[in-house]
Write a protein that binds this ligand. Structure first.
Ligand code: PLP
Length: 387
């Protein structure tokens, strides 16, 4: 997980992930625009997809609530002072988390009957709660409508809601939710089927409904429910196979840079890096950039993958090392030691790099390691200073 940089840190060399809070806010406004009647759980799990959870929560403070995967992440947000509702998408991982969930006023997804048994046992251990502490637990019941991951069967919903109703007022059931398996593919037949199943359940059991993730809320009107749960689009990544981020008017919130630490002229037939996999076709300038797989730049990134130097594209050459990569500087002959190199972000969509690597924008963003320093603008780094 990338770590936050102090202004002093930012002056030290190495990879920096520049985060643009204005882009986060713009992308949240795009959610509002696409789903104007929905309330928004801003999904900031996994350190806000690599962008820094606390800072992202500050930038996105106009969201109606935040969603994270685990109780530990939710408690981190409470410690930071977040007052909005926090939805824990996996719910409790074991019964021992219920004390912390109650103290943290967390909203728990309930996706399996074992979690209900733990809640019943927990309530049995509590002294009669003071009225002002009620409800002790807030719950969203998750239904599996085709994702085949978490969620109870539709046929179990009525029985579970009855059991939960018997736990009132200690437990408040605040909604029904489901997760779409193929929303990124707007023509996929499963999505309308999942939406209709969820709407039918909400009609039978009148409760707020949450369906849409980013792709769902953008591409599927029936997924724009009482609450939506956008993640990737908040960070400026496209959630759709059929649209670019720019085409959806999303702005990249992260620009990953690292400086050139060497510029060499290698002779024709010289080889570059481990395995000598790249051979120079002519005498040429080669740059070495201080970023490698230990920072989260994938080791199997193929030669030819672009980076940006002085506004020009230049291709990766040779194998990615732990701390360094090499770049063919023939398109940027003026490049010099100290020049910042953009690996992705403003001017170079992360989706383009993900396609080269054979992964998705989500993974590149959230896999940055602790050695990458996250830079949010401070009074000494004007927003325009991001490369
Ligand atoms: C249950 C759930 N809802 C919402 C999201 C947000 O999805 P996206 O980032 O595609 O918008 C996720 C992300 O994985 C999720 O697991």
């Amino acid at each position: 997980m990338a770590t936050s940089a102090t202004p002093d840190d930012q002056r030290l060399s190495g990879p920096l992930a520049w985060i643009d809070p204005a882009a986060l806010r713009h992308n949240l406004a795009r959610v509002h625009q696409a789903a104007p009647h929905s309330r928004i759980w801003a999904v900031i799990k996994a350190n806000a997809y690599g962008h820094g959870m606390e800072q992202a929560a500050d930038a996105l403070d106009r969201a109606d609530g935040f969603a994270v995967a685990r109780v530990a992440e939710a408690l981190r947000l409470r410690r930071h002072g977040v007052r909005q509702p926090i939805l824990v998408l996996e719910g409790i991982g074991d019964g021992a988390e219920l004390d912390a969930a109650t103290a943290g006023r967390l909203t728990l997804v309930l996706h399996d009957s074992w979690q209900l048994e733990q809640i019943v046992a927990f309530l049995g251990r509590q002294p009669a709660p003071l009225a002002e502490r009620l409800p002790l637990l807030r719950v969203w019941l998750k239904v599996d409508t085709g994702m085949g991951r978490l969620g109870v069967a539709a046929s179990a919903v009525a029985g579970l809601l009855e059991r939960l109703a018997a736990l009132a007022p200690a437990v408040a059931v605040e909604g029904l939710m489901t997760h779409l398996a193929n929303a990124d593919d707007p023509g996929h037949a499963l999505t309308p089927a999942q939406c209709e199943q969820a709407h039918a359940l909400a009609a039978r059991h009148p409760l707020p409904l949450s369906i849409g993730n980013s792709a769902g809320l953008l591409a599927h009107p029936r997924a724009r429910t009482d609450w939506v749960r956008p993640g990737i689009m908040l960070y400026g990544g496209t959630p759709l196979l059929t649209a670019t981020a720019a085409g959806l008017d999303l702005r990249p919130a992260m620009t990953l840079t690292s400086p050139l630490i060497a510029v060499r002229t290698l002779r024709r037939d010289a080889t570059v890096g481990y395995g000598s996999s790249y051979r120079c076709p002519e005498e040429m300038p080669v740059g070495i950039v201080a970023i490698g797989y230990a920072d989260g730049y994938p080791r199997h990134t193929p030669g030819g993958t672009p980076m940006l130097i002085r506004g020009q594209r230049a291709p990766l050459i040779g194998r990615v090392s732990m701390d360094m990569i090499a770049v063919d500087l023939r398109t940027v002959p003026a490049a010099a030691v100290g020049d910042p190199v953009t690996l992705w972000g403003a001017g170079l969509p992360v989706e383009e790099i993900a396609a080269q690597v054979g992964t998705i924008n989500y993974e590149l963003l959230c896999r940055l390691s602790a050695r990458v320093r996250l830079c949010y603008p401070t009074p000494t780094t004007a927003p325009g200073q991001t490369p």
